[in-house]
Design a protein around this ligand. Sequence first.
Ligand code: ADP
Ligand code: MG
Length: 372
Amino acid sequence: MKVVLQNLTKKFPSRDRKNHQDVVAVNDFNFEIPDGKLIGLLGPSGCGKSTTLNLISGLIKPTEGKIFFGEDDVTDLAPEHRGIGLVFQNYALYPHLTVRQNILFPLQNLKGEDKLSKTEMLKRAEEAANLVQISELMERRPRELSGGQQQRVAIARALVKMPKVLLLDEPLSNLDARLRLQTREEIRRIQRETKITTIFVTHDQEEAMSISDMIVVMKDGIVQQIGRPQEVYDNPVNLFVARFLGTPPVNVFTGQVKDGRLFISGEDVMEASGIPDGDVYAGVRPEGFVLNEEGSLGCKLNGVEVMGRDISIVSSHEASLNPTVRALIGTENRVDIGARHDGGEVTVRFDLVPHKVFLFDKVTEERVTALV
Ligand code: ADP
Ligand code: MG
């Protein structure tokens, strides 16, 4: 089922006595979520992710705009008639019911022509339990389960009604790191098997990047960029998106473009042909540095960290916005830092990989690209 958001806006009245301006939690959101895809809705806390999800579910009503499921306008439809499944961060299971009873619960409330026979209900519950691999836990109560198992029950309960749209609000946030990784892969598998259009809300960029067909990056209620995870990583439209995606984060330097060259602290570091002259932020992905004794950018070496596959060269630079500059070099490269000693300080020099460097207007923080 495709989901269309049209000029979707939600304002909450301000409770602040001094500032009567409404809180615009979601600001003119337009997007057509393709049928059968997993969409990651990503952004920092407070950017409007949950509000967007609650608008889609019908738990809250938009101030402006419309929502369509397929061709049907569902803007004024009650949540129970939208055919959605919801999963929240806190599993919200009924503590006094067994796993089986928890999963059966949504089916027992079906009325009229949706009403199912007891046998049909049990069969559906079994299927949902199988899908999330908890069939052997059906007689337990929630307190007898681990967090990961409880979240699987919550997912089974959302799936048992065979929803047309599955909405997940930070479903992995209460799990420890290893379980989080495992459960996110499970969610991906289940989504692929069921092909239910799924919207997955998270503040964790790695989580969103790893499982989503497409990500939507939000800030202050406003959609910043929509695209395939790799596309957005490789082509951020503004400084915010560039900084939000990637671990370690992008390295940001203040710089100047002059006559088709990029200068950082007066050093001519690379070509910037077609870019208008002016002050910029230069974002360099950690993998965008190449060690070279004769390299164009000199940084003050702080140390070298070896972490499994990668070697991080940690340095600092007066024009860097981040306290440290982090360069990732694969272990296949022998680290032979062509260090020069300048008055006790060790300078490490890099060349920059052009497609790993993004330039942003210093004032608008929007990406500046070459004029063609
Ligand atoms: P996220 O899920 O991305 O952390 P939310 O959608 O929960 O963000 O919130 C977006 C903004 O709307 C925040 O500034 C939040 O304080 C505000 N907000 C959310 N719900 C309400 C509400 N019921 N009343 C007033 N303000 C709200
Ligand atoms: Mg939220």
